[in-house]
Each structure stands twice: as C-alpha cells, then as structure tokens.
Design a protein around this ligand. Structure first.
Ligand code: NAG
Ligand code: NAG
Length: 444
C-alpha cells in the first residue's frame, strides 16, 4: 500500500469506474478503493441478502423470493439510449465484450390528467393508432419531427427560418402549431426533460435530444432503450476490469480514513487501514469528501417487487413510464422503470419496478411518488429511500480533489456521461477524446 500512484479513485460508482478505466488506458497509474465489499457504490446492483441488509438490517429475505443469486437489484436503475453517449463509451473501450444487452420493450407516457397510460409510438404504424393525439395533431407532429430530423446548421433551406441556437423551444412549438399536450409529450417523453425550464431555453438542446431519441428507436425498433443482462452493477465492474488490464489496482472493503493535504492545501494521498497511498490527484464521489460537497436537492426512489407486469403495458417484460409533471400537478416528472427475470435481475415470474422523482415537499417521501406507485398494481414488497443530490462545491483545480455528482432522477445515462466529460476536462485540462481504434472515426 505504501506506494505512489498518479491518481487515487474513491468509490466504485459508474462515473468513477469509467474515469479510472479511461485514465488507465491513458497510461496513468491508478489505485481504486471502495469502502463496500461490492462494486458500484450508489449505483450497485444488490442480491436479496444485500438488499435486505441495506434497507432492513436484521431482517432476512422471505424464502418465497427464491435464491439469492437470481436477484440483481439496481439501486439506481437507468436505461441506456441505444445511440447514447454511454454506449459510445462502452464500444470505444471494448467494454461491451464483458456485457450482453437486451432491448426494453416499450416507453410509455401518462396522459389525460394522469389517468391513462399509452405507448410512445415507435414507428408510423404505432403513431397512426396512438390515442395520444388526434389526426390533425399527428400531422403537425410529423412535420415537427421531420424538421428536427433534417435541421442542418449549414443549410438554411432545412431550417424554416428558425435559428435553434437562439430561438426558445416554446417558439418552435408555436411555429408548428403544437398543442400543450403534444409539447409536453415531446419535452418529457422524448427529450426527457425533468422540468419545464427547457421551454424558455434555446431549442438546440431539445432538438438534439429528440433526434437522439428517434435514432435510438430506429436502432432496435420497439423503444430507444437497452439494458444489460444481470443489471447495471456489471457496468462499473466492466470498466474496473478494463482498468485492471492496463495495470490499475482495485481494493474493495477498504475505506479512505482521511484525504491528506500538504501545507498549500493540495492533495498528497489517502490514508487507509492498510497504510498511506500517495498521489497528486484524487477522484471521488461526494460521500468520500463530505466537507467539499454541497447538497442541491434530494431524490426519492422506491424499489418495488411485483409478481405481474405493470397493468396497461401489454404484458411487457420491461418498460419505462414517464409521468409528466403537469399531469399530476408537480414541478418534476415521476419515472417508472421496470425490468424482469428476462433481464436476469430477479427470480422467474417476478418484476422489479423502480419509481423515482425529485423531492418537492416536506411530506413523507412516499407521497411524492404515489402517482407512480398507483400504476403498478399489487406490490409484493417495497423499499423506499431518499438520497441527497450532491455536487462539488469547487471544481477541484486548487486542491486536485475531483468530486463527481450524485446520480439524479433521470432514467437514462446522459447526465452521467456529461459528468465524466466535465471531470475529465478538470482533471487533465484537456477535452476527452475517445481514442481512435482500427476502423473507427475519432470522435470528441
Ligand atoms: C411497428 O411496430 C409494430 C409494433 O411493435 C410492429 O408490429 C410493426 O411491424 C412495426 N412496423 C414497422 C414498419 O416497423
Ligand atoms: C443563429 O444565431 C447565432 C447566434 O446569434 C448566430 O451565430 C448564427 O449565425 C445564426 N444562424 C443563422 C442561420 O442566422
């Protein structure tokens, strides 16, 4: 342990593991520690014993739930956009070879004042029969989607006079004459915005998100999402394996007792029960550097065990359901993500549904997600938790301690990838360029 490293990473959350993988490939000598005896930190997948131990210390899992090893319960479930940034990380680092993916059957949205659930159409046939819009509105929606698809900065003839760098999104909606319900559907079920701030911001961000959604749907056909067999817990591990291949050292069950600094306040290493490890840089999640993180909110999540598919979803083995804020009088959307034994995350005939949102009131946390819980039908068991949303108070350039963001309430990985890019830039001073490999284009 008494050794010198380039970087010490604390906590094996996905963000930290992607970074230690990329830094190792880049030739850095990396030491990676975690206080837990499993990979993944906040983003771990737990078996039954670990799940009960975490939420109900002292209580054993009922035998009716079957074998421990059949369960891999994500603490923070997120789906991957088939064309999203996380998939680029995986393919460019070859980490995909440790993993197998399965398509998520469908993406659903709640409408009609929160009372009905409908599939987000994934192709024209589905769109024509969708109850979400009337016939004329469908035509207007089609025009908008075609415009978004074709929009090209270099070609004014594709722009219809709309400059998406400056024009706020609500003006674009107005241009296409889209009704409030359709706007909400595009903003929340396709672009996956968590709140309505996007309406007054330049349209580019939303247009790009809609394009990502559409391109991802095209890739597999039913929904834009894929999900790894055996749960998300295998993702951090896959990046950890990559790091190890390039000489990275991993130690679980090893806490950082203290982060050590020199007289100038710059980091010099980490103290553990095994001794002191020295390094000029430390990367960690907020739980390892409490005094340097600040809380910006809380996320409530309920992990629900079901023995049936979610009602109204055509018996799908996996779905996402978005409940847009306005449907239920909130300021943030409620998300439901459901996977099942088809994804090797629970025993046969079981389903795992996780309901999450941002906390808005002082009421008991479960009240915040009740509209999501209502959609699930009978629940076998339920584990509710509230986690702080934390970010670094400083960017880390002064003390060389770089703190990642907590995982937010979004149901996909795009914000996690933004954090990886942002941290990389702060750590190395350079933008992250995924290295070119045989037969691949170099991309920023
Ligand atoms: C559209 O989706 C439906 C339902 O998933 C499927 O049966 C149909 O083949 C799809 N049509 C096209 C043209 O892809
Ligand atoms: C759009 O607005 C940006 C920012 O003001 C400007 O740089 C760009 O030239 C505009 N594009 C067009 C096509 O007018």
């Amino acid at each position: 342990m008494d050794e010198d490293y380039d970087v010490i990473v604390l906590g094996t959350g996905l963000t930290e593991c992607i970074l230690s993988g990329l830094l190792s490939v880049d030739g850095k000598k990396v030491l990676h520690l975690d206080r837990n005896d499993y990979y993944g930190a906040e983003s771990a997948s737990l078996n039954l014993t670990q799940l009960y131990e975490k939420f109900r210390p002292g209580e054993k899992a009922p035998e009716s739930l079957g074998r421990d090893r059949d369960w891999n319960v994500d603490l923070i479930p997120k789906f991957m956009m088939a064309n999203g940034e996380i998939v680029r990380f995986l393919t460019h680092t070859d980490v995909t070879r440790y993993l197998e993916f399965k398509q998520i059957f469908g993406s659903y949205v709640v409408y009609n004042k929160g009372t009905k659930v409908a599939k987000v159409p994934a192709n024209e046939t589905e769109a024509l029969s969708s109850p979400l819009m009337g016939i004329f509105e469908k035509r207007r929606m089609k025009k908008f989607l075609e415009w978004a698809q074709k929009y090209n900065d270099a070609d004014p003839s594709t722009q219809q006079g709309l400059n998406i760098s400056v024009l706020p999104m609500h003006e674009v909606f107005k241009h296409f004459g889209l009704a409030a319900d359709t706007q909400e559907f595009i903003g929340h079920a396709m672009a996956l915005h968590l709140d309505d701030d996007y309406l007054t911001q330049p349209a580019r961000d939303t247009v790009e998100k809609v394009r990502l959604y559409a391109a991802s749907v095209l890739r597999y056909g039913k929904s834009p999402y894929i999900y790894p067999l055996y749960g998300l817990g295998d993702l951090p591990q896959a990046f950890a394996r990559l790091s190890a291949v390039y000489g990275g050292t991993y130690m679980l069950n090893t806490d950082a007792q203290e982060i050590l600094y020199n007289d100038q306040g710059k980091v010099i290493g980490v103290k553990t029960a095994e001794g002191v490890a020295r390094a000029k840089q430390v990367i960690c999640d907020p739980s390892y550097a409490k005094s340097k993180a600040k809380k910006i909110g809380s996320v409530v999540r309920a992990i629900c065990l079901l023995n049936h598919p979610i009602p109204g979803t055509a018996d799908a083995d996996s779905v996402q359901i978005v409940i847009p804020q306005n449907q239920i009088g909130r300021k943030h959307d409620v998300y439901v993500a459901c996977v099942s034994s088809a994804h090797m995350v629970c025993a046969k005939d079981y389903y795992l549904a996780i309901v999450s949102t941002i906390v808005e009131t002082d009421k008991p946390a479960e009240m915040e997600i009740q509209e999501g819980l209502k959609l699930l039908g009978p629940i076998v068991d339920k584990f509710v938790s509230v986690s702080p949303l934390e970010v670094a108070a400083e960017d880390g350039t002064n003390d060389q301690v770089f703190i990642s963001r907590s995982y937010d309430a979004t149901s996909h990985f795009e914000t996690v990838c933004d954090d990886v890019h942002d941290l990389w830039k702060r750590i190395t001073g350079e933008p992250l360029i995924l290295k070119k490999k045989e037969g691949q284009e170099e991309t920023a």
